[in-house]
Ligand binder design. Structure first.
Ligand code: C5P
Length: 229
């Protein structure tokens, strides 16, 4: 089974509030994307990984990754306005004989390799998988006026993470269907499900959170400096 890693890293990081692309932001002395890719070092997935960057920053990304990963061959492509556009561009760059694609956010530097492996195994078996964790919080649904509309049963609520892993055919068809219908999602598993695919939930880790806000960044720095990750 030929497996390739696809890393959407084209987000501007508006909610983080730092200048430049979020994936290049320094996290305890190293760029965020370097910390994320280092997690995959022993997986064999770095070689040939597709990295989706903001078009104007592609050269900077290439230089930063060369500085940390030497001659490891990465494939770069330009991002789009939404995450879904970025992943669609990345899909175009997969090698033709790739069977399984592992899509992982540049913004999740603490992903355990066991989650990656479990997602690859599940996707190989059923077609698609997403890493997720059971919601520890009660999740509220509001109406447009800001009042409580519904409190779904927590036992069936999970918080979505990445990697999301797919047989390549499945993700391509799911993307084609979404494009045809003008559907925009915030993750890839929802596209696969919408298209009619089965998506297995694979247990993740609370540490595999997405760095989005300055508070997430501060927490991540603390975890690294304390040796907690
Ligand atoms: O915006 P969000 O936090 O969902 O971003 C998750 C991941 O998707 C990040 O790694 C970010 O760089 C990437 N992204 C992208 N292109 C966009 C928006 C987000 O590659 N247009």
């Amino acid at each position: 089974v030929k497996t390739q890693l696809l890393v959407p890293a084209a987000g501007a990081g508006v909610r983080l509030g730092t200048p430049g692309p979020k994936a290049l932001t320094q996290l305890a002395g190293k760029p965020l994307i370097v910390r994320t890719l280092e997690r995959f070092a022993s997986s064999g997935l770095l070689s040939g990984a597709v990295i989706v960057t903001p078009s104007e920053a592609r050269d900077v990304f290439a230089e930063v990754l060369r500085g940390h990963f030497g001659d490891t061959p990465f494939v770069f492509t330009d991002g789009g306005a939404e995450r879904q556009d970025s992943v669609a561009n990345g899909l175009e760059k997969l090698e033709p004989d790739t069977d399984v694609v592992v899509v992982h956010d540049a913004a999740r530097p603490f992903v355990p390799l066991e989650s990656v492996e479990a997602s690859v195994n599940a996707a190989s078996e059923v077609g698609a998988a997403t890493v997720a964790v059971p919601s520890v919080d009660t999740v509220l649904v509001s109406d447009d006026a800001g009042f409580l509309a519904d409190t779904p049963d927590r036992r069936n609520l999970w918080v979505c993470q990445t990697p999301q892993t797919f047989q390549v055919d499945v993700l391509r068809r799911a993307y084609a269907a979404a494009r045809k219908d003008g559907f925009l999602g915030t993750d890839d598993a929802s596209l696969a499900r919408r298209w009619g695919g089965k998506v297995k939930l694979v247990m993740g880790s609370r540490l595999n959170f997405k760095i989005t806000t300055p508070a997430d960044m501060a927490l991540a720095e603390c975890l690294i400096r304390s040796g907690g990750v």
